[in-house]
Design a protein around this ligand. Structure first.
Ligand code: ACO
Length: 438
């Protein structure tokens, strides 16, 4: 079932203490999930606005794309549970679902796949862009730069009000991200860029561009291609997270989609968001041995240490992240396929999870493993350097970003995003000449 956020189901009355002023604010109801009350008229009616750093209590838009019930550990894309999509679907099918609202029929699937795979190449001039980076540049820095530079190659994308432009821009972004990412890797290791092959599947083509060299044939392991595709599905969208909100905020100004996605990539880079799986591996390496887990957890619990158990906790999930369960299962499958019988990092992660899930500190704060806890172990086993982990996340999340951007542009109630603030700086004062300052 789908629908539009509706008012007409009650209201909330807010009365200012010590005054006879009150405001009646309409309730807004989605198809599932908690209702909200609409504060847009609050300032006009009462002369006050709301305070919500981190936006934990604020809905910034209505959306039909993704639903999360953090307490129950539920994630739905357009109504479909992530578990079913991860098991039965493909990344491009999920991309169609997120962008267009439903799973494609056979004809739509073929057209969509053709549409994406025909845009995988980069402009040759863009190839030269890489030479401007140091070889040791972090690939996320390269991603921010190259994706932002796409705007310079597609001037037609500046007309965001044309639905056809939006459609082609989505194809271009979804199609070119794997090429841009694989080339960022090839550039770092000094190997020739490998051009995309449109006869391969989306994830398969990505692994091909990452691992092939011109000197010899390269065949992508189908088990690894499937695992990669599943990792892409698990990261495709996650409603109004930090990077998606960044894309929406940038897009609310009318900025072109390439610039908006570049902004999303920058936001994803941080260790509290997409950088967490890289941080998990670093943390596991630092812990080093199962015997060191108690000392590490003691440090995590010490507020002054500022150490966090990376891959644990989530702003929305107060239960097991459903993606983490699938990732854990995928992790075992990939290690088995690669013939890795005993991976000390996996053993350490499993033990760390077990201990943390029974520790009062984590239990009372409802801190559970998130999607990043196991993804780093799989990606490492597949041969990706840690610096590429967040890049892979960006490749997958591009689908969610562009779907959310498109939904926002097509929403008639959309206006520029512009939060307010509580000013706590100095009150007005007069300029002091330099010779009179102390
Ligand atoms: N390790 C230790 N303590 C934690 C952790 C953690 N990973 N996460 C939260 N806490 C504690 C906080 O210290 C706080 O404790 P307090 O109430 O005693 O002060 C309490 O749990 C609530 O934490 P907040 O920081 O308020 O939670 P918030 O929703 O702001 O943060 C976040 C969510 C950023 C994901 C946090 O849990 C974290 O830093 N986790 C580790 C990084 C990580 O794995 N990020 C990936 C997120 S998933 C993704 O982006 C794909």
């Amino acid at each position: 079932m789908s629908g539009t956020a509706t008012t007409g189901g009650g209201s909330v009355t807010i009365t200012l203490d010590g005054s006879n002023k009150s405001a009646s604010l309409p309730m807004v109801h989605g198809t599932i999930g908690p209702s909200v009350f609409d504060i847009r008229k609050l300032y006009d009616q009462l002369g006050v606005f709301t305070y919500d750093p981190g936006y934990g209590g604020t809905a910034a838009c209505d959306s039909k794309i993704t639903y999360i019930d953090g307490d129950a550990g539920v994630l739905l894309h357009r109504g479909y549970p992530i578990e079913q999509l991860a098991e039965k679907s493909t990344f491009l099918e999920v991309a169609h679902l997120l962008l267009n609202g439903d799973l494609p029929n056979a004809k739509q699937k073929h057209e969509f796949e053709m549409g994406v795979m025909r845009h995988t190449m980069l402009h040759e001039q863009l190839r030269r862009f890489y030479d401007g980076f140091r070889r040791d540049a972090h690939p996320m820095a390269v991603m921010c730069g190259v994706v932002g530079a796409l705007s310079a190659f597609y001037h037609d994308a500046l007309d965001i009000n044309d639905p056809e432009v939006r459609r082609i821009s989505a194809f271009r972004l979804i199609a070119k991200m794997p090429t841009i990412a694989a080339w960022a890797y090839k550039y770092a290791i000094g190997q020739p860029f490998i051009y995309p092959r449109n006869d391969l599947g989306y994830a398969e083509n990505f692994l091909y561009m990452m691992n092939a060299v011109p000197a010899e044939p390269y065949h992508v392991n189908p088990v690894l291609a499937r695992a990669m595709d599943r990792i892409f599905i698990l990261h495709a969208d996650h409603e109004q997270n930090a990077s998606t909100s960044t894309v929406r905020l940038a897009g609310s100004t009318g900025a072109n989609p390439f610039a908006c996605i570049a902004a999303g990539i920058a936001s994803l880079w941080g260790p509290a968001h997409g950088g967490a799986n890289e941080a998990v591996l670093k943390m596991l390496a630092e812990i080093g041995h199962v015997d060191n887990i108690p000392a590490f957890l003691a440090a995590v619990k010490d507020k002054n240490s500022h150490i966090r158990l990376m891959g644990f906790g989530h702003r929305v999930y107060k239960n097991y992240d459903p993606r983490a369960k699938i990732m854990q299962q995928s992790c075992h499958e990939v290690l088995q396929e690669l013939g890795i019988k005993d991976d000390p990092l996996l053993d350490l992660a499993v033990e760390l999870e077990k201990i943390a899930l029974h520790d009062e500190y984590f239990v009372s704060r409802k801190l559970y493993p998130n999607v990043d806890f196991y993804s780093g172990i799989i990606l490492k086993a597949m041969g990706f350097p840690t610096s590429m982990f967040t890049v892979l996340f960006a490749v997958a999340r591009t689908v969610g970003w562009i779907s959310q951007w498109k939904e926002m542009i097509e929403d008639p109630s959309q206006r520029i995003g512009r939060p307010r603030q509580v000013y706590t700086g100095p009150t007005q004062r007069d300029y002091v000449p330099l010779d009179q300052r102390r």
